[in-house]
Design a protein around this ligand. Structure first.
Ligand SMILES: [Zn+2]
Length: 573
């Protein structure tokens, strides 16, 4: 490609709209342009990178035995209602009406459609296992689209779905995808690691996210350097000890706490109850009904864990009037002692605890000497707390660390209840019985992966593309473009030869100052730049520069061979 004949609108200044570095570089290097919040146009260079990432994904999916399909993006809401996700995703789902006022759903993923396909096409165990994938545009009604392609309303995703006869076979399909994901992100030049993840609204019982470590990531990852344990904060557990039991009196005792409405205030004199001897009582509204959640005073509730305990993401903190209606007291004096009308969920860390202090459901009063099992017998136990840095690892007791990351891929083991049974994807087993297919589903955010590569691979001058996904691998930069000049003749010759060898090469034939050309090439981040100027050419040399490396003079006659050698050796880095 000749630079003068494509569109690479690089920017000197950083657009005000961009908050994080990769977003700035996407815009400055002329890869994308914003149409409006959460919607981006891909320019020619951006499309080239996109296609390369897609191709790596496609090759590894094919290699794993998955079959490429293409499913409709516009989908009937009925199948979404059948799976229950119409409600579960709620406002995150884009919906539109056609001229007959019929409603349609714009697909964020395609479990319902692929399961409908399986229901129609898979009849016998002989057709299993089967894994299908597609690379297509997806939609999500983001409240707050941000960070460029990281959280957009429209994005490109690879989604795959496996169907198996047994749980065991499904695990093997899961493993294949997991391995393919590692190969994909490695080939994209991304440092990444898989972490145990929450299964969220997709449902299921086993899940891993592939995370790219980055300060700007929206996920927090809990990990143990000693044993390799790694989990999303939404899912992570630790080996932190349960609350110690003590000797206490036979019944809770009510005591006056006028004006004390926080955990913190109760730790102060005259009460002096440490936070770890208090029960924090939170009230949520799920399915239009109050639910009481108990965690220790010094712990934080993890809402993702609460979602999986409640089996829905459709819940919210109760408003003060709703709380007063339900419990007869205001926040700050709440507790679960004697509460039988509403479900109570208590964090595992409180199991067996006694001698605890909690609100008495009477403004200005608390109970002490509360014994969890004795005084709140209806409580259901669950892991509800958020792990903190420095807590002991559950596997090896070494201190856990927390770091931020960007989720670029997600694999789920789903089983058969969530979709196969609801959408009738059954097969005839070898013993003649009808059984639901065991499913897995697997996503890669293609556009997010692209931006993650930039977020991870850059320097002060711009993007540093890994060779595998660079928009062009080589940029030839003649320092004068007068047609017929020795410099331009050589540039044209090398350009033609590299093209003939199948190298992705761009010729910067713009009539610009050398400084502008070099700056642009570094900003866009071509792995190899070949500079051709009169001075060095007088010595029979050209200048080869790897992105981020030093300038090396090479003989003009050997330039093509040298570039090819560089590419074969893995390019710039
Ligand atoms: Zn460990």
């Amino acid at each position: 490609m000749r630079w003068s004949q494509t569109l690479i609108p690089t920017l000197k200044e950083t657009p005000a709209e961009a908050e994080i570095l990769s977003h700035k570089l996407l815009l400055r290097a002329g890869l994308v342009r914003k149409l409006t919040g959460g919607l981006y146009t891909f320019l020619p260079l951006g499309v080239r990178v996109l296609r390369k990432v897609e191709q790596i994904v496609r090759e590894e999916m094919d290699r794993s035995g998955a079959l490429e399909v293409l499913l409709p993006t516009l989908q009937p809401p009925e199948i979404w209602q059948q799976s229950g996700r119409y409600e579960a995703i709620g406002d995150g789902l884009y919906k539109l009406r056609d001229r007959a006022k019929k409603e349609w759903v714009m697909s964020p993923t395609a479990e319902e459609v692929i399961t409908t396909l399986a229901a129609g096409e898979i009849n016998s165990y002989r057709q299993l296992p089967a894994t299908f994938y597609q690379i297509s545009v997806k939609f999500r009604d983001e409240i707050r689209p941000r960070f460029g392609l990281m959280r957009a309303k429209e994005f490109i995703m690879k989604d795959a779905y496996s169907f198996d006869a047994t749980e065991e076979a499904a695990m093997s399909s899961y493993r294949k995808m997991y391995d393919a994901y590692q190969r994909i992100f490695n080939r994209c030049g991304l440092k990444n690691f898989p972490v145990e993840a929450d299964t969220g609204v997709i449902g299921g019982n086993l899940s891993h996210e592939f995370m790219v470590p980055a300060e700007t990531g929206e996920n927090e990852i809990v990990f143990c350097e000693a044993c390799g344990y790694a989990a999303n904060l939404e899912k992570a557990t630790s080996g932190i000890p349960k609350t110690a039991a003590r000797e206490v009196g036979p019944t809770p005792e009510k005591f006056a706490t006028p004006g004390v409405v926080t955990i913190e205030a109760l730790t102060k004199a005259p009460h002096s109850v440490p936070a770890n001897r208090q029960i924090k009582t939170l009230v949520f509204i799920a399915d239009s009904k109050p639910v009481l959640i108990l965690v220790r005073g010094d712990d934080q509730l993890n809402e993702a864990k609460l979602a999986s305990v409640l089996g829905t993401t459709v819940f919210r903190p109760a408003e003060t009037p709703e709380i007063f209606d339900a419990l007869g007291a205001h926040p700050g004096s709440l507790g679960a002692v004697g509460v039988t009308k509403f479900p109570v969920f208590a964090d595992e860390r409180l199991r067996g605890a006694n001698g605890m202090t909690t609100g008495a459901n009477e403004d200005g009063f608390h109970f002490n000497k509360v014994s969890l099992e004795r005084d709140i017998p209806g409580a259901r136990w669950a892991d509800l707390r958020t792990v903190g840095a420095g807590e002991p690892c559950a596997k090896c007791a070494k201190p856990l660390k927390i770091q931020r990351g960007i989720e670029v891929g997600h694999v789920f083991m789903i089983g058969s209840k969530k979709y196969s049974e609801k959408l009738n994807a059954y097969y005839l087993a070898e013993d003649g019985t009808r059984k639901p297919c065991v499913m897995g589903c697997y996503g890669i955010g293609i556009t997010r992966t692209l931006q993650s590569i930039i977020e991870q691979s850059n320097d002060k001058d711009g993007i540093v593309w890994p060779l595998t996904v660079a928009p062009y691998q080589v940029c030839i930069t003649p320092l004068g473009v007068a047609s017929g000049s020795a410099v331009m003749q050589l540039a044209e010759k090398i350009y033609a030869e590299l093209q003939a060898r199948g190298v992705d090469v761009i010729l910067d034939d713009r009539d610009e100052r050398p400084g502008v050309k070099f700056k642009d090439a570094d900003l866009v981040g071509f792995p190899i730049r070949l500079g051709i100027g009169e001075k060095s050419l007088a010595k029979g040399e050209v200048e080869l520069k790897r992105r981020g490396g030093t300038l090396t003079p090479v003989l003009a006659a050997a330039a093509v061979a040298k570039v090819c050698e560089c590419l074969a050796a893995g390019g710039a880095n």
